[in-house]
Each structure stands twice: as structure tokens, then as C-alpha cells.
Design a protein around this ligand. Structure first.
Ligand SMILES: Nc1nc2c(ncn2[C@@H]2O[C@H](COP(=O)(O)OP(=O)(O)OP(=O)(O)O)[C@@H](O)[C@H]2O)c(=O)[nH]1
Ligand SMILES: [Mg+2]
Length: 511
């Protein structure tokens, strides 16, 4: 059955483009409720419906100059987001799929004006209008990545000396909350050290975007600019930059979990240059010329960017500056190493080496695994949160929405949404649990694969069945004895999750 959560065809116009059955069920709920609410709430509902059928919206967030726009370009595979300086880096830009490439400047008054790309095909760094009158930019691109993800590039959050959530929210207010309000997932960009207040920023940002907290289901972080980490500063790195980055990323993940699913090291600059066509055969030729230098000169040049550009050598300084801007020292070093290992290497193969060195492939597969694969649940949960918020002002509407949602969540097929809700309560610390139990809830709630949910990957089916049943029983007794009322609500949800898993496994012939 293509529509497992309800009647066929009732909202086929909307469901045809929905990411899955949970979103379809929520869309149906919203449509059923729509005639029963006032015009203001109804308009909000229409927006929720529109968002449900749009691609998953991922905001790229982080501190100022952490490399967010560079990473956006790498992901889209085109240098289109302005990088470095210019007023457009202070604006929210939404990159979405469109059949004709275009940029629109959206005014705070809702007006829209088409803006031409600059000569390099990028969003111009400066607008010829008063920036105060601009809400955000919308870029439509014919691009396969954007068919399934809308990417929202955000201006960097400044340093928050007092870790004040209120200030962060104010900052976001200035840069148009509207444009990021639809974000359903977050890709958080860090550089070398997670400062204590970054956790606050993460919380503030997600609170101000989706109106929900970030968690392992809808947030991923990257440790960007991995190439700039001095490996000697990281114990266990053996002088290797990438190993140092992996170690730091692992530590950050431990600090940030469960607010993010994972922290992955990446070199956004290399990824951008390799993926966007910025790395040219002329660049490859210049690298070949550098590879021919004597070893002593070469080692000296690699010591700093200044030495690299000013040292006497046959390659013109302007060419060296260009390489530095595209690859930085680490990328240049890696490319020259590759040429030494294989003198006949082609420009295409060299680009491949740089792409592999960037770590982008892992980021992409994480995005796929965490966001795309779960877009249905993420979008449905975000929509329910929006609907609840929209109806909160009117007691009658609030009750009707609440009852309808309860009815929906009571159905076995929609239980995943209840689980996502429980997960959010725990990651946001709204309900505290002993650590091992919290871990278990996270495991059950943040994966779509039964063996992963049970923590029994690779085990035989009968073990899975027995374990699901045992844990179902355990959580039921915990819910009744020993749990606080808040814990008990979560425990009932977890109990039912195990029970449904057990039923599903038995149905599949596992027991
Ligand atoms: N070495 C190195 N430089 C990088 C990397 N990623 C980005 N950069 C550089 O960092 C600078 C800032 O990059 P942006 O992408 O503009 O950063 P941003 O976070 O979008 O900045 P704002 O939007 O102004 O907050 C640029 O000069 C990039 O070339 C990286 O992985 N390694
Ligand atoms: Mg930027």
C-alpha cells in the first residue's frame, strides 16, 4: 500500500511530493483541522502544508568566518555563495531547486526583485540597495543536490561573551528569522575548538529556527578547516593533520552529543575547489612546476603562506597566490606529494586526490544517512511542532489540535513521531534520565534500522526478537515503578517502541 497511514487519494495533490507516510499523515491531519480554525491559524497551516511537500530544509550555521558559505558551495558543487567579505555574507541565503537559475532579493516588505549573478556566476558580494530593507536572498539553481535538500546559508554568529541566548536570538532577529524559520535540520560548522558557549549557540540557533531543539536526528556538525590544525598540538596524531582532526572531532562529538549526531572533520576549501570546477588544469600545471623544485626550497616554502608566495622560484607569485586561495598550504602539499608519487598524474586525477583529502564524501554520506533517510520523520515532527505552536493562542484551537495529534500518535505507524518527541525531551534535558537509559532511548529513537535500534547489528534474528521483548518488559516496569512522572511518559513510549519492533520482527518470521 503506497499510503499506509490512511485513505487513498484524499490529498494526492499534496502527498505526491511528500517525503513519506509520516509527513502524509501529518498533512492529512492539518487539512482536516484547517476548516476548524480561525483565518490566522489557517494561513499558518497552509504554510505548514507547503513546507511539508518541499525538500528538507537544512540550515548551515556557525560562527563568523567558520567556512559556512565555502561548505555550501562544496555541497552544491558550484561557487555561488559569496565567501570572505561583502555585505551578502551578512544575509541569509536560501539555495533551492529551480528550473531556471536566478537570484531574488526578498525585501522586509515581502517584495521580490531579481538580481543577476555576477560575471563568475556567483551571488554578488554587494547589493545596490539599502541592506536594511532586505530580508534575505533566494537562489534557485538547477542542481540535483537541491532536489532533495534546501540549503540555507546563514550569517555567522558573533562571539557571545556572556553566552546569552537572548542576544543570539536578537542577532538572528536582525538577520531575518523568517528566512531560517523553516529550517528542519542543522549542519553546524565548527573550527578547531568547541568553546563552552558554542553549546549555547547551538541551542539558541535551533530554538530560533525550527522552534525545536537540535538532536541526533536533525543535527550534524563538522570540524571545518581541518587543514589548519597544527598536528603537534594534538596528542596521538603522529604529526598527521588528518589524524589530528579526527581526534579533535571525536572529542567534540563527545562534548556535543546528544545535541548532534556526529562531528566530522572536513576541509571545506579543498572540497569547494575540487567540486566546483575552481581547480583548473592551469592549477594542475602550476603544481607540477612546484613539484619539480628541489626538496630544500620546497620544504621552506611549505613552512608558511608568506614564504610560499615570496620565496624565489620559477612559478610566478600571482600563480602561487591563486593556488593558496584555492587549496591553502595543506592542499598544495598534498597535491605535490601526489605528483611525486605519480609524476604523470592528470589534472582530473589530481582533483580527485584533493577531493578525497577534503573529507567531503563522509559529510555527504552522513547527510544522506541522518537527514535524507529520515526526512519524513524530521519534517513530520517539525510540522507537528509548528501546528501546535500556531494553535497555542486560542484555547479551542489548542484543544482540537491536541486531540487530533494524540489520535494520530496513537496509531502504530505514527509511533516513530512519538519516539522523536521523547528523544527531543531527553536531548533538550527537559527530562533527565540515568545516563545508560538516556543512551538507550537515543539509540532506539535515532535510527531507522532495527538492528541498530537494538544495538545488535549482525546478530541473528532470534536474538533480536528476544531482546526486543525483554526490553519492552523492562521499560514497562520502569514506567510503573521507580520512574518520575516525566520519565514515566518517556518510558511508556520506549516500551511501545520495543513492543512494535518485537511485533514487526515476529511478523518477519524472526521468532
Ligand atoms: N584553510 C582553509 N580555509 C578555509 C576553509 N574553509 C573556508 N576557508 C576560508 O575561510 C574564509 C571564510 O570562509 P566563508 O565560507 O566565507 O566563511 P563563512 O562562515 O561563510 O563566513 P561569514 O558568512 O562571513 O560568517 C574564506 O577565506 C575561506 O576561503 C578550509 O577548510 N580551510
Ligand atoms: Mg558566509
Amino acid at each position: 500500500m503506497s499510503d499506509p497511514l490512511g485513505r487513498h487519494g484524499t490529498i494526492s495533490r499534496v502527498t505526491s511530493s511528500l517525503p513519506g507516510p509520516l509527513s502524509a499523515a501529518v498533512a492529512r491531519l492539518v487539512q482536516t483541522l484547517r476548516p476548524q480554525v480561525g483565518p490566522g491559524t489557517a494561513a499558518g497551516f497552509d504554510e505548514v502544508l507547503r513546507r511539508l511537500s518541499a525538500p528538507l530544509q537544512v540550515a548551515v550555521a556557525g560562527r563568523i568566518k567558520s567556512g559556512k558559505s565555502t561548505l555550501v558551495n562544496a555541497l552544491i558543487g558550484r561557487r555561488v555563495a559569496p565567501v570572505g567579505v561583502g555585505e551578502c555574507t551578512r544575509l541569509v541565503t536560501r539555495f533551492q531547486y529551480g528550473t531556471v537559475d536566478r537570484i531574488e532579493v526578498v525585501g522586509v516588505d515581502g517584495s521580490r526583485r531579481v538580481l543577476p549573478f555576477d560575471a563568475d556566476g556567483m551571488i554578488p558580494a554587494e547589493l545596490d540597495v539599502d541592506i536594511e530593507t532586505v530580508s534575505h536572498l533566494e537562489a534557485y539553481l538547477t542542481n540535483d543536490v537541491l532536489r532533495e535538500l534546501t540549503v540555507i546559508d546563514t550569517p555567522g554568529l558573533g562571539s557571545l561573551d556572556s553566552a546569552s541566548v537572548a542576544r543570539t536570538e536578537k542577532l538572528l532577529d536582525q538577520v531575518s528569522q523568517d528566512a531560517v524559520a523553516g529550517a528542519e535540520a542543522v549542519l553546524y560548522v565548527f573550527t578547531q575548538t568547541v568553546r563552552a558557549d558554542d553549546q549555547e549557540t547551538l541551542r539558541a540557533f535551533t530554538a530560533a529556527t525550527a522552534g525545536r531543539d537540535a538532536g541526533p536526528v536533525n543535527a550534524i556538525a563538522v570540524l571545518n578547516k581541518a587543514d589548519t590544525i597544527p598536528p603537534e598540538s594534538v596528542a596521538g596524531s603522529d604529526g598527521d593533520v588528518w589524524r589530528a582532526a579526527a581526534i579533535l572531532a571525536g572529542k567534540q562529538a563527545a562534548t556535543l552529543r546528544p545535541r548532534v549526531a556526529d562531528v566530522l572533520p572536513v576541509i571545506g576549501l579543498l572540497a569547494e575547489s575540487a567540486e566546483s570546477g575552481a581547480f583548473t588544469s592551469a592549477d594542475a600545471d602550476a603544481l607540477h612546476a612546484l613539484a619539480a623544485l628541489d626538496e630544500a626550497s620546497w620544504q621552506t616554502m611549505l613552512m608558511s603562506a608568506d614564504l610560499f608566495t615570496t620565496w624565489e622560484c620559477a612559478v610566478p607569485q600571482a600563480t602561487r597566490s591563486r593556488l593558496l586561495a584555492k587549496l591553502d598550504l595543506y592542499g598544495i602539499g598534498r597535491a605535490v606529494e601526489a605528483i611525486h608519487a605519480e609524476p604523470g598524474i592528470t589534472a582530473g586525477a589530481l582533483r580527485r586526490v584533493l577531493l578525497d583529502a577534503s573529507g567531503l564524501a563522509d559529510v555527504r554520506s552522513k547527510l544522506d544517512g541522518v537527514f535524507r533517510a529520515r526526512a519524513d520523520g524530521i519534517k513530520a515532527a517539525a510540522a507537528l511542532a509548528s501546528v501546535t505552536a500556531l494553535a497555542a493562542g486560542d484555547p479551542g484551537e489548542r484543544r482540537r489540535v491536541h486531540d487530533a495529534i494524540e489520535q494520530l500518535l496513537g496509531r502504530p505507524e505514527a509511533h516513530q513521531l512519538r519516539l522523536l518527541e521523547a528523544l527531543t525531551l531527553i536531548t533538550a534535558n527537559a527530562v533527565t534520565m540515568p545516563e545508560d537509559l538516556a543512551e538507550e532511548v537515543l539509540r532506539v529513537g535515532s535510527s531507522g534500522s532495527v538492528p541498530e535500534q537494538l544495538g545488535l547489528v549482525g546478530r541473528p534474528p532470534h536474538e533480536l526478537v528476544a531482546y526486543a521483548l525483554e526490553r519492552a518488559g523492562w521499560w514497562r516496569s520502569f514506567a510503573s515503578f521507580g520512574a518520575t512522572p516525566a520519565q514515566s511518559r518517556v518510558a511508556h513510549v520506549v516500551h511501545r517502541a520495543y513492543f512494535l519492533i518485537w511485533q514487526q520482527l515476529r511478523g518477519a518470521g524472526g521468532g
